[in-house]
Design a protein around this ligand. Sequence first.
Ligand SMILES: Cc1ncc(COP(=O)(O)O)c(C=O)c1O
Length: 405
Amino acid sequence: MPAFDVQQFRQQFAFFQQQPDWVYLDNAATMHKPQAVIDAVTQFYQRHNSNVHRGAHQLSQQATMLFEQARTSVAAYVNAAHSDEIIFTSGATAALNQIAFGLMHTVLKPGDRILLTQLEHHANIVPWQLHCQRHGVIIDVVPLTPQHTVDLVAYQKLLALKPKVVSFSHISNVLGHIQPVAQMVAQAKAAGAITMIDGAQGAVYQQPDVQQLDCDFYVFSGHKLYGPTGIGVLYGKTQWLEQLTPVFAGGEMIDTVSFVNTTFNKLPFRLEAGTPNIAGAIGLSAAISWLQKYNTEQIQQHKSLLLKEFYSGLQAIKAIDILSMPVHNAGIVALNVAGEHPADVAELLNQQQVAVRSGQHCAMPLFSYLAQQGAVRCSFAAYNTLDDVNRCLLALEQAVEILTA
Ligand SMILES: Cc1ncc(COP(=O)(O)O)c(C=O)c1O
């Protein structure tokens, strides 16, 4: 197989032709979209626009076919046993809320425990917390090691408390650390827990194999996988999807309705009330087909090279504190300039057209734990180049000079 050609990959993003001066290192927030995705969405609206599952006409049947093909392509991407195990949502947040709300009372009862880790995104904390407060469910939190990875010894000890649900991220959105998810799922299952993986950052780094992982739920957002915003995926094993009470109710998710009683549709429709994001699902499917033309290992190697160069350049800049480890890192580096506010650093980078994010990255409990007010986050994608790395390093060097002058 020919080597990964970053220029060829990058050329497929109109954004970089329109905005050649920008260095975009905010990929953990959202990624740019290749032309294949933009075309798929545009073509849907230009040629097939119709509602799904309900029209008597051919256009609606075509739209339904495209939408259901998208479900099949997502199912294949994550290796689900059946496409009915794929629920389209508006994003990872919506999927996590559906799981947390949906398990309450059917599976989770007062006094039950849920196990999370210290580095979770708010989307994998707050939905659980709302229920815990209302329904008397208890949250336990796995602490981190001094290297800021999940403490697996503490994890095993907390599993002994017999949590009903264990929910953790595949990759930390702040630190970039890749969690040993297969091991964590296996340990959680041995302790009798239902397992939920937040793959918002993971699904793009590595094609998740949910059957091999044997997790009960896996969620992600389309926009962090080169797809459109407003579309996300809730994968669940049929047995556990059946246990979810729908968060949203209305059209499509019902079988029969009267003012006395409602009976529900079968999966996946029972958990997809209302008109879905049809174009979004089609766009996500286009993103997956497009991405699969490339070799994941080669992309990972390319990102590792970028990281290596970035870390070695950072060593040469004074006063930089790096919070992320270089090993088992998916391409996200959280850092600070000692004594400076991360927003000031990010603003100086912005002035040099280097796009990064600063703040607590929807992970306030992690920053309390790290005793940091926040961090600058540089997150790399496959379309980033060594030139991007060097421009970011230069911009950081200048920012440090200005701030410490
Ligand atoms: C690890 C993680 N989980 C959940 C989310 C929420 O994703 P979304 O805002 O697309 O719903 C994000 C977004 O940054 C994330 O990084």
